[in-house]
Write a protein of this length. Structure first.
Length: 372
């Protein structure tokens, strides 16, 4: 049941306290755990531990554009990254000389905005007290390290969750504008745009406001047109994923078989693929729950993502993508809200299961290994 808007100032304070405490905890983990992961060897400087994988590629785009570093081999995968994060990096770099630090600061500020919005969304839709639990559930997720690093997840959520809250309030011009901002960050913005359309019509909103729903996909169109002007390819971002990571559509059972075989191997990548399978199970389960609860718009938002991910050539970054599935964390928060005696144990059990994975993945990422 949706309660009237008006989350207390304490909701925002609680969300920010959890966010700041978790950031301090990761810093402590980075300082204390660095020597353990290197087995007594040389420890990289703090900032260097965060310049891995996508964080490095986003910096390359921000610094040189989609052509990449002219002194290095061309990277055909760069157009897979939408321009929102690189453009923000360039803006912050005007004040912060170090690119990696600029990325960390963006995620820090954007994450704070996202946590407050998530807490307010939780209390707008559910009983008082769910806001902090929703934030805690997100911060404990095994892949929450990507909300600290200079990735685009935190910046996407800083637009997407407030957009969803605005839509719930019937403020469609604001929702559309924020969703357009989210579309600048990731292709996930397209799924958000489609979910907003479903939300609009299932709630039977005034038709005169429907025009706002055309705004969120505009950044995708402009980005596609930009690459078309360079290469004549309207789907350069999609083809870049195929070229850079070998991601193309297959039947879901083919993807499962490929991932399963990799997960049953040995080494760190086998562990990563096991997490991918677990993420797929969580995603499919969440979609089924949302359908059962008749949460049609959230079903579209999560379901399209899960469908695209499990129909890829192999499972890749599914648990990391789950950071963007705020209905999951709202569900955990509501399930752990005091009522029946067993509910008070839900968030504790959740923390005991996923918390150690979050710590482990944070250490693995800082060591430069693949996490997701």
């Amino acid at each position: 049941m949706i309660t009237p808007l008006g989350p207390s100032r304490g909701t925002a304070t609680e969300a920010l306290t959890l966010w700041l405490s978790s950031r301090l905890g990761i810093v402590v983990l980075a300082v204390v755990g660095a020597g353990v992961m290197t087995d007594g060897g040389a420890v990289a400087p703090f900032l260097e531990r965060w310049k891995h994988w996508d964080a490095s590629l986003l910096i390359t785009i921000a610094e040189y554009g989609y052509g990449g570093d002219p002194t290095a081999e061309p990277d055909r995968g760069l157009p897979a990254f939408f321009p929102g994060m690189p453009l923000t990096l360039r803006a912050v770099h005007l004040l912060v000389d170090d690119w990696t630090l600029a990325g960390l600061l963006i995620s820090f500020v954007a994450g704070a905005v996202a946590m407050v919005a998530l807490a307010r969304l939780a209390e707008f839709e559910g009983p008082r007290g769910t806001g902090g639990r929703a934030v805690l559930a997100l911060l404990l997720w095994p892949m929450s390290v990507f909300l600290f690093a200079g990735y685009s997840e935190a910046l996407f959520l800083a637009f997407a969750i407030p957009a969803w809250l605005a839509a719930r309030q019937g403020r469609w011009s604001l929702a559309a504008g924020l969703a357009a901002g989210a579309s600048c960050m990731r292709i996930t913005g397209l799924f958000l745009a489609l979910a907003l359309i479903v939300e609009f019509f299932t709630r039977r909103q005034p038709v005169r406001q429907a025009g706002w729903l055309a705004l969120p996909p505009v950044p995708l169109v402009l980005y596609s047109a930009y690459h078309y002007s360079l290469s004549g390819d309207w789907l350069a971002w999609k083809h870049a994923q195929e070229a850079g990571w070998g991601r193309h559509l297959v039947w879901p059972w083919e993807s499962l078989i490929t991932t399963w075989n990799s997960a049953m191997g040995e080494g760190q990548f086998a562990w990563a693929f096991r997490l991918e399978i677990a993420g797929a199970v969580v995603g499919i389960g969440l979609v089924l729950v949302l359908l059962y609860l008749r949460r049609w718009s959230e079903s579209v938002y999560v379901g399209l993502q899960v469908g695209a991910l499990v129909c890829s050539a192999y499972y890749l970054s599914i648990p990391r993508s789950a950071l963007l599935w705020w209905p999951l964390f709202l569900f955990i928060a509501r399930a752990s809200t005091p009522g029946a005696r067993w509910r008070q144990w839900v968030i504790l059990a959740y923390a005991l299961v996923v918390g150690p994975l979050m710590v482990l993945n944070t250490l693995i990422f800082m060591n430069g290994a693949w996490v997701g």
